[in-house]
Design a protein around this ligand. Structure first.
Ligand code: AKG
Ligand code: FE2
Length: 210
């Protein structure tokens, strides 16, 4: 039995848990209000003020461009990670990030050694279409994504069938992608003209240490 299936059983028949039941060994589970409103508000405020948010530049199509969101990377010292061509040295866990990691690990029955934090400042901030399929993440990685703050659309597209899924990720929601998800699907957080305030997303990952 897969780890995510086990997580689902542990959660019982709670209607906050949605299993998208995708084909081909793709695991996608959403837990609405994994953190309740009060705790989500507290975490959002603390992470917004304490994390070392940075603007990053990436080199694409022959020029340097600003990544349209702020980012920072935390984790175990040896959990290096290359993302968008930039090598990330993780900062040491803060107490909040470590506590969130432990709660997420219990839910997923899975160990993580790092987290990528993204801050979407408004509707112009976004994340382009990608799969988290970097070699450092190993085969069929489980990635757990916690959303705090403003709700944003999370779009998924199947690489071959072009099937698509639109999920609005809300304050306190946990989305867990596992199995063949990164192999068959890409995902994005598109720009929007709608008025949007700040949103924090944390993606917990396990970097393979060589
Ligand atoms: O902000 C999100 O919900 C998605 C983040 C993401 O896809 C990533 O960090 O790889
Ligand atoms: Fe991603």
């Amino acid at each position: 039995m897969s780890k995510l299936r086990q997580a689902e059983i542990n959660f019982g028949l709670d209607s906050r848990l949605i299993d998208f039941n995708l084909a081909d060994g793709v695991e996608l589970i959403l837990i609405r209000e994994f953190y309740g409103h009060v705790e989500s508000d507290q975490l959002f405020a603390k992470l917004l003020s304490d994390l070392q948010w940075q603007e990053e530049d990436i080199f694409i199509f022959g020029k340097w461009v600003k990544v349209p969101r702020l980012m920072c990377w935390y984790g175990d010292r040896e959990a290096y990670y290359e993302y968008s061509g930039v090598n990330h040295q993780p900062r040491p866990w803060t107490s909040e990030l470590h506590a969130i990691k432990e709660k997420v690990e219990q839910q997923c029955h899975c160990a993580f050694n790092s987290v990528l934090a993204n801050l979407y400042r408004d509707g112009k901030d976004s994340m382009g279409c990608h799969a988290d399929d970097e070699r450092e993440l190993g085969v069929n990685p489980t990635i757990a994504s916690l959303s705090l703050g403003e709700g944003r659309l999370f779009k998924m597209h199947h690489k071959k069938s072009k099937q698509s899924l639109n999920i609005t990720l809300q304050h306190g929601d946990l989305l867990v992608m596992g199995g063949m998800c990164q192999r068959y699907w890409v995902h994005s957080v598109p720009k929007t003209k709608a008025h949007k305030t700040q949103r924090i997303n944390l993606t917990f990952r396990k970097i393979q240490i060589s």
